[in-house]
Design a protein around this ligand. Structure first.
Ligand code: LRH
Length: 487
């Protein structure tokens, strides 16, 4: 029997999950290792400790060996847009800078002064976010860039350190905003604009490509199984969408974690003027699909509140406190850039409410209620826009990822949007990672069967809209945000 291991690393935590089909032909998961992730100030920037992440992967693989795994396939997915500059000696030049670092402030305005936004959008179909690799490279340290032989996205770099083989997997590469939709290659104009060359990127590969075995030097250092690394859908959101049990055509997804990624899977990119105006993105997915979506600030707000209170409450305790408070006491545009990396999230929320003449949330319950209510409003508002842009009705919203455990938020979303919400699985990203490995090994036939397998293997909770419960609230919110920039 083949064992499959998903290495799934998000901005706040990472995990190794062992997956197998059991005798009933259901997918079974076992978490074998979990670790924290986060960025730290180093040489003047917020940076990821990527060597530590790699060490944690080996610790997890050692645990797998102790559990009796002798041979395994391994897939690696992480967050998108960040990259490692690799020098001529094959080593990283510095620790990679986080997309939340301040360096890209105003970079979009600067870069698009002589490169119109429409032109970039037509080429790439990618939303304008300051965190995109394009703007990060634009602001890159020129000395470091001179020393750079290769530029690798984070999961590609990890795969390279593990196996010695370098590729650029398309789901993550597309988030650079430097892939040309029509040509299917890095766009020479855009690369030139940020002083990099196509040859600096490894060759582009599709999800499901075999990368190679783990290098001998690591096998001497760590007691790990025989591993073959598969280049899965290396962008965590791409894996999450593979791991979403949607069926038919009328569903949207919400991958709910540090970020909320709300959108629809498409077979043809949608990069017309309305998608451009609404700043929707066409990230490349596994098996020729596109993730047509919008980035929403997500649970980062609640994670930050929790961190500022020294993790005094668990997430479920925070949700319980929020439920005791009267909902919708204030309207907040959760996507305002001021919430991207504020000194204090709590103060930022309070200042926002003060400045807009609204009730200031003070207690933990009030703060979390403000966050969840406004996330749900944002989702409901976007779902309306999404259906219009893709010209298809949406009847079901699949919420996957850690956020799918927040029942309060699921119910609010269903009621405000007036549609059925199906919540789970919470480990959709790891599941999508495992399923691409299984498809490439021939154990699952295709994406359709993969999703059927998920529906058969995991408990999915359904929420129906509560009729008339929040009548008029969405409309009031919409008039509040009209005129304010709700990107
Ligand atoms: C979620 C995610 C998202 C990106 C962001 C940088 O983890 O990958 O899809 O936009 O991180």
């Amino acid at each position: 029997m083949t064992d499959y291991i998903a290495v799934d690393i998000g901005a706040s935590s990472g995990r190794l999950i062992l997956g197998r089909k059991n005798q009933q032909q259901k997918l079974e998961l076992e978490e074998i290792h979990r670790f924290v992730n986060g960025f730290n100030k180093e040489n003047g920037h917020d940076r990821w400790a990527v060597d530590q992440l790699i060490h944690e992967i080996f610790i997890g693989l050692e645990k797998a060996k102790k559990l009796g795994v002798e041979k395994a396939k391994v897939g690696i997915d992480t967050w998108a847009v960040d990259y490692v500059l690799v020098g001529m000696d094959g080593c990283k030049i510095q620790n990679p800078i986080s997309y939340r670092d301040q360096r890209t402030h105003h970079a979009i305005e600067e870069l698009t002064m002589d490169f119109p936004k429409e032109y970039i959008y037509k080429k790439t179909g990618i939303q304008f976010l300051e965190l995109n690799t394009l703007y990060q490279l634009y602001k890159e340290n020129k000395e470091d860039l001179k020393k750079t032989d290769r530029i690798m996205m984070i999961p590609d770099y990890i795969g390279y350190v593990l196996t010695g083989n370098a590729v650029a997997e398309v789901t993550n590469a597309s988030t650079t905003q430097m892939l040309n939709l029509r040509e299917g290659l890095f766009d020479k104009d855009l690369l030139a604009k940020v002083n990099v060359y196509p040859e600096q990127f490894p060759r582009l590969v599709e999800s499901g490509t075999i990368l190679g075995t783990i290098r001998h030097k690591w096998r001497l250092k760590y007691e790990i199984p025989d591993c073959e690394v598969i280049t899965v859908a290396t962008h965590d959101t791409a894996s999450a969408v593979v791991g979403t049990p949607g069926q038919g055509d009328d569903w949207a997804f919400l991958s709910s974690g540090t970020w909320s990624l709300l959108g629809k899977e498409l077979n043809i990119p949608e990069n017309g003027s309305e998608a451009f105006r609404e700043n929707y993105t066409n990230e490349w997915g596994a098996y020729g699909t596109y993730r047509f979506l919008k980035n929403i600030m997500g649970l980062w707000i609640v994670q930050s509140i929790r961190g500022e209170q020294n993790n005094k409450y668990s997430f479920s305790e925070m949700a319980a406190l929020a439920e005791q408070v009267a909902p919708f006491q204030q309207f907040i545009n959760v996507n305002d850039e001021r919430f991207t990396n504020p000194k204090s999230m709590i103060e930022e929320i309070q200042n926002y409410c003060r400045e807009t003449g609204q009730k200031v949330p003070m207690t933990t319950g009030e703060l979390v209620s403000a966050a969840y209510c406004n996330l749900a409003l944002f989702y409901a508002n976007e779902l309306e826009k999404l259906a219009k842009i893709v010209r298809q009705p949406i009847h079901v919203l699949h919420i996957v990822g850690g956020g799918s455990n927040v029942q309060f938020l699921n119910q609010l979303t269903s009621s405000l949007a007036g549609i059925t919400v199906k919540a789970g699985p919470s480990e959709a990203t790891a599941i999508g990672n495992l399923l691409v490995q299984m498809i490439s090994a021939g154990e699952v036939a295709n994406l359709y069967d993969a999703r059927q397998l998920i529906a058969d293997s995991f408990i999915i909770k359904t929420y129906a809209p509560e009729e008339d419960k929040y009548e008029g609230v969405l409309e009031k919110y919409q008039s509040f945000v009209q005129g304010r920039c709700l990107s």
